[in-house]
Design a protein around this ligand. Structure first.
Ligand code: AMP
Length: 422
């Protein structure tokens, strides 16, 4: 299957080819025909599957073929994409720019935490596609800068995270302002009851596409667990980073404060690191991300919310400094490596208090994550660990092949051939 087989028009085919995309990903293969047929779509898929192109390409194609936007007419917002985080919003906007670069279709992105002047100037000049986070969108709607009355295509992205982040009321207010005649797309990595409820309020009679259930991401990624006491985690992290030839590492911390602390001790150990989390200004976040992408800093420390949607080429390794208490979060985190068709490596630290989280994670992914039993801080973890768990873990030494194992866990010289981001 090629993009041409999906009846994508020439200007977009050219742009996809310039991005280096040769074949559609499964979600693209399934969603593009549905969307080109103007059906509503309920997509169960997470970031990393290629879902941005799955919705951006058909929207661009419709907009292009409908010929309503010309430079002579004032452009109207005909497609609206809302997404929970600024980083993801920027990324989606960049994707529209990349895939639409031969179509003449204009997009812009708006998000909070920065002055609105630049955003309202661009809006005044006219755009066809608007990518937004909910708060700033409502704010600018209330100030009269944005009207949604011409929206024909509406995308709600990462619906589960929208709800986790408390955006439900904002979303309802936005939906109330949309024309009833429109094509709607709804994406969520998970589909609990409240998400299904919300999707019913937005979608007409949707076609469903489910790709890569949560577990499948985990299968692609080489994983390892290090049992370690809480107090030895900093030393273990420094030890791993110093001893492995890995170029870019994303470290997850459960809290913002924890992320800052990790950066401080890494810097003390002469390891270049920066943090990205909600307390940092938008400028600082973009700078940290830019430095990380360019290779200037080798370690980016992030909280879960800040890391949503961050798409980093050549991300070699993810380290869970803390295990998340929500098992789905683990899958999201390790999905930061192993993007699109690349494979990746994810290492998790687990202290005595986190054993229950580990159990839940292993249940969700239906895998036993290999344990690395040989590392300099294992003694601490034995002191720390409940006896029965430790015994069983000592028996289950990591396998050499399959999804990892061994002292270096096989990841020292590996570098996933990650694709260019969109
Ligand atoms: P997304 O899920 O939209 O965030 O996409 C994940 C990554 O896959 C991004 O880096 C995209 O640039 C990349 N990607 C999307 N579609 C394709 C494709 N058909 N072939 C190769 N890479 C792709």
């Amino acid at each position: 299957m090629t993009f041409k087989d999906l009846e994508i028009i020439e200007p977009i085919l050219k742009a996809l080819s310039a991005e280096g995309y040769t074949h559609p990903t499964p979600i693209q293969e399934q969603s593009i025909p549905i969307l080109l047929n103007r059906n509503d779509l309920l997509g169960c898929a997470q970031t990393g599957t290629g879902k941005t192109a799955a919705f951006a390409v058909p929207i661009l194609q419709h907009l292009f073929l409908d010929h309503k936007s010309t430079s002579k007419n004032q452009r109207k917002i005909r497609a609206l994409i809302i997404t929970p985080t600024r980083e993801l919003a920027i990324q989606i906007s960049d994707s529209f720019t990349a895939y639409g670069k031969f179509t003449g279709i204009k997009n812009t992105v708006i998000f909070g935490g920065v002055k609105q002047g630049g955003q309202t100037d661009t809006l005044r000049r006219g755009v066809d596609v608007l990518v937004a986070t909910p708060g700033r969108l409502l704010d600018l709607m209330n100030q009269g800068y944005i009207s949604l009355k011409d929206v024909e295509y509406f995308v709600l992205d990462e619906a589960d995270h929208m709800l986790d982040m408390g955006f439900i009321h904002d979303i309802k207010k936005i939906i109330a302002k949309l024309p009833t005649k429109r094509q709607s797309l709804f994406f969520s990595a998970t589909m609990p009851a409240d998400i299904v409820d919300l999707s019913r309020k937005i979608l007409g009679n949707p076609q469903r596409v489910t790709v890569k259930p949560e577990q499948a991401t985990a299968e692609k990624v080489e994983q390892a667990i290090y049992f370690v006491s809480k107090k030895s985690k900093p030393k273990l992290l420094v030890h791993l980073l110093e001893n492995q030839a890995v170029e870019s590492t994303l470290v997850f911390s459960r809290t913002k404060h924890g992320a800052d602390k990790i950066v401080r001790f890494l810097q003390k150990a002469d390891i270049s690191a920066a943090a990205i989390h909600g307390n940092k200004s938008q400028g600082a976040r973009q700078r940290a991300l830019g430095d990380f992408k360019s290779g200037e800093t080798s370690v980016l420390v992030a909280t879960d919310i800040a890391a949503r949607g961050i798409d980093i080429d050549e991300l070699s390794l993810v380290i869970n400094y803390d295990l998340p208490n929500i098992p789905e979060t683990y899958v999201h985190r390790i999905g930061r490596t192993g993007r699109a068709s690349a494979s990746g490596i994810a290492i998790s630290f687990c202290d005595a208090e986190e054993r229950a989280f580990l159990r839940d994670i292993q249940k969700l992914i239906d895998q036993k994550i290999p344990v690395v039993t040989e590392h300099p801080f294992i003694a601490d973890s034995i002191d720390d660990a409940p006896v029965d768990v430790e015994k069983s873990q000592k028996k289950s030494r990591p396998k050499k092949s399959g999804n990892g194992g061994g002292r270096n866990n096989g990841w020292k010289h590996r570098k996933p051939a990650a694709k260019k981001q969109g």
